[in-house]
Design a protein around this ligand. Sequence first.
Ligand code: DHB
Length: 390
Amino acid sequence: MQRRHLIQTAGLTALALSMSLAGAQDNSKFKIGLILPMTGQQASTGRQIEAAARLYMAQNGDTVAGRKIELIVKDDVATPDVTKRLAQELIVNDKVNVIAGFGVTPAALAAAPLATQSKTPQVVMAAATSSITEASPYIVRSSFTLPQVSVAMGDWAPKNGVKTVVTLVADYGPGNDAEKFFSERFQLNGGKVIEKLRVPLRNPDFAPFLQKVRDAKPDALFVFVPSGAGAAVMKQFLERGMDKAGIKMIATGDVTDDDQLNDMGDGALGVVTSHHYSAAHPSPANKKFVEAFQKANPKMRPNFMAVGGYDGMRVIYEALKATKGQGGGDALLAAMKGQIFESPRGPVYIDAQTRDIVQDVYLRKVEKKDGQLYNVEFDVIKGVKDPGKK
Ligand code: DHB
């Protein structure tokens, strides 16, 4: 009788325990609110980052330090008012532990005050204006900054026969950063900037600007446009015969975006860009990443946005592990600062002071490999911090 009683008690205890565990597990979900442009002009950014975040979860499991990870994806159409409303709803109603994503600078800036007020870490996986990390002490960035990649081109171009340049940038935060940091460095190296052109972010018509460039006859045109807009610039550049008129295109890697590059045609061959990620980066870690990404997403090639999303998830997972599953905005943030790891792009770390990513920047040239166009790296500047920080 006693033995039976014991077994019964043990059975009940086990049941109670498993029920309370199930209950606890439900409460202890760890929620990540991923705010991305899934539709509209910036939709490729959202598509790339969501795919990469889901790949990271598939590879690393959806339970971290005992907590089930829930990814809540919201479409902000890259519109800051919408971003703000979604961030508010995610924080207040869904009680997310982290907000992440942010395809464009105005979206990242719109969410920043909410991150600060609620002490919610905000992981910026795409937007790349230098000043973003200063908008909230709860922001950590896993993408890059325009000054970081533009300075490298300001050094390379004058040493490679480019003495005069016209700059052409999308007229908002990252474009203004690219223009300023490229031009300053290019001029410091003895180059001359003949003219600085800015095109509207929304539905730009490049034709009148390119006509001006033709008339100015610089050795090269330096371009920044956001991810997704590069193919249109390239098309019009070639249609207007700029290359045949002896004007080279140089750019940040946003223009020869891996998401679009292969459809740009052979006219893109030889274009030199500076950037932090190429799908052709020859490390074993990147080969594994690209293979897994393409297996999970046939017909897609991961671009720099995908890597920002993948590494952003890494930063969140490892922070949660470091807090032993406890989470908490301040503890998570502390555990995000100083993370050092090998990304598919190469070695990186999150600068504990600035909360910005420090990484290698590559010079790359568009080449054909196995019948496809790639940004092939030919030089590297190691461990570049954002030059935009004071
Ligand atoms: C930003 C967006 C982009 O698509 C990009 O390539 C670089 C910067 C931005 O809005 O910050």
